[in-house]
Write a protein that binds this ligand. Sequence first.
Ligand code: SAH
Length: 372
Amino acid sequence: MTEKTPTEVITWKALEYAAGRRSSAELETYLRAFIAFCRTQGWHDLAALHHLLMADDDVLRGAMRTGQLPPGFAPEIATLWTTFHRLWPAQVDLTEREPSGRRRPFQDGEWVVLVDRKGRSYLTRLEPGKNFTFHLGAVAMDAIIGQREGVAVRTTRGESLLVFRPTLRDYLLHMPRHAQVVYPKDSAIMAMWGDLFPGARVLESGLGSGALAMVILRMIGPDGVLVSYEIRKDFIRRAQRNITRWLGTLPDNHKIYNEDIQQARVEPESFDRVFLDLPTPTVGLAPATAALRPGGILVSLSPTVPQVQQTVEWLRASHLYACIEVIEVLLRPWNIRGHSVRPAHRMVAHTAFIVVARRILPGQQFVDDTYI
Ligand code: SAH
């Protein structure tokens, strides 16, 4: 049996492995993308590519900056390297290949989030000819329009700002808030504990600024239904503005009633999930329970202990719930910089308590020992 020559054992996987042995994450990412590019170009000479990947970090890092490989590599590889350098990151408009267009450049009218070097973020809308001004200088919005996400721009005071499309969390923390909103740290847990799923039918009260409603809408998707009861008309208008600014439109699967939840006329057992965020949660419990199907889940959020206590007592006395859980989400950010690896100095100490319970069939012989 003859021994395999090294050329025969080189595979694409081996090339990726070679790229993964780099000391810098930036170089590794670049090389991996270059390998993928060579593959799309139908490159077959893996040995030549392997030879390139065996070069020193410094040589490759220099070539990554200039787009030119030093002499000594196959000329075809050098040409590919230069072509790839022009395309990285791809400057082409990708909208056609990607219906959602998420890789497309920023356009005027879009919301963006600007992040400074301390991690502070600012939400703004791109308008041609306008500036974004804050305490670290100003940036012309024209310098952002046409760029791609992840770009860094300079302010008039020489500070740099990163530009992204806002996440839902960014948006919820920056949007105009009037009633106390549900914070992302709580809505994240409420979504999981409340087991929101695509297509779920969800009842909510009150709507407030619409922060929780936006999280629910995202989780239930276009096939789900969200019904919100809110007594204050001015809050409804504001919530609708907030939702429209985020989604571009008011979704058809969100029905809002300007009514007291106590007067809600809902078909019995017609909802999979109920979310309550009310100053007096107990007023919403009876209508919510009638609306919730057995097996459905109720999630109620309250900032104070008496509210929680009344809620739990009501749920237990109803004999229509089990698996009652009361939780509090303490989210502690950490600082990781050099030797300073420790919790951050500040955290949000209190927002609210979350009560979760599961609706059961009436008349069941069941003792809930959870809190005894
Ligand atoms: N979850 C919302 C905030 C809700 S604040 C958010 O994330 O933005 C509580 C809301 O309940 C207020 O807007 C208040 O007007 C409304 N509300 C109070 N009592 C109500 C009742 N009985 N029926 C319906 N809505 C009520």
